[in-house]
Design a protein. Sequence first.
Length: 384
Amino acid sequence: MKFATKAIHVGNEPNLKEGGSGDVVMPIHLSTTFARSKVDEPTAGYEYSRSGNPTRYALEANLAALENGKYAFAFASGLAAITNILLLLHMGDHVLCIDDVYGGTRRLFTKVLLNFGLAFTFADFTKAQDLQEHVQANSKIIWIETPTNPLLKIVDIASVCKFARKKGILTVVDNTFASPYLQQPLSLGADIVVHSLTKYIGGHSDAVAGCVVVHDQTLAERIKFLQNAVGAILSPFDCYQVLKGIKTLAVRMERHNQNAQKVVAFLSTHKKVKKVYYPGLESHKGHSIAKKQMTGFGGMVSFELVGDCQKTIRFLQSLKIISIAESLGVVESLIEHPASMTHASIPKEERAKIGLTDTLIRISVGIEDEQDILEDIAQGLEKI
Ligand code: P1T
């Protein structure tokens, strides 16, 4: 089955058996618990909704299919999914993380999990040959975001996975920015894929959610255990919302790609724009790797204006259709100032080290008419 078909059908198969209702949409199973006819055996396969729920299983089956994985687990947010992965580790273990990651991920690592005896190194290993100098004897996970948030760096997934596998280190790819439509890390050798479903996969700014996808059965069993033991599961209603969003993922991603390319072309030639970050640009350092491992360059674009931070803020506040808001990957175009919004929890000197300046702007190009998006940006630039 091809991607767009899987997105619509997997998990939503109508139950046409005797007694089945034939719904073409997975119903929302709100029951918190499931009755059984025998004490020692769940009669219909379900016990208690934290450990298993029909609507959640439908979403999880769909997500596993989209990522070409075998097992998926849905969580209450992207950060809840990320936390559950880190709970695979033990005190004293080390994580090597790409230096440019979502500010909330970095905050979780450095301000929460560090206190539980895990160690973290943030480094730019976009050139996979640089990995050797950063791994330690106790390294257990290499954490990749690609494209990264917000600088849109590209990490060579296949090369990193090859290196990690030889050393017995797990590779985790946060695939939120690409979505499984554009990139499938498990097929490139990654052990674990994580998503904030709040973004492209859900796509409509109406559900905060996350997921973990794996191939390996032993890993899957441990993650399932943690999902239940920790309890940060996704509610049946939100599972339904995400399943509904997924049905249009393929068409939405095509439009995000097209609209972003138009925005990039416009910004790249504008005299008030200093720099554009987009992996689709031939001048982007990771362009050839992006071309190899992605089927499109996505809807995220970052850029810097000529001038100072005040000018940057003035531009953002003069936009009319594009909303200033955190989040991304949704039908509406959103714009933000990472230094004071999504990445404000990272100390300024750390931000400076990775090149995240106070004049950086990140836009999540939505699927509105491209002309309206371009006109809004143009009128905003005229005001500064
Ligand atoms: O917001 P939540 O669903 O918990 O997902 C966290 C998360 C994980 N990974 C990446 C790459 C992310 O971008 C995010 C959330 N990011 C934003 C809210 C943002 O505006 O960048």
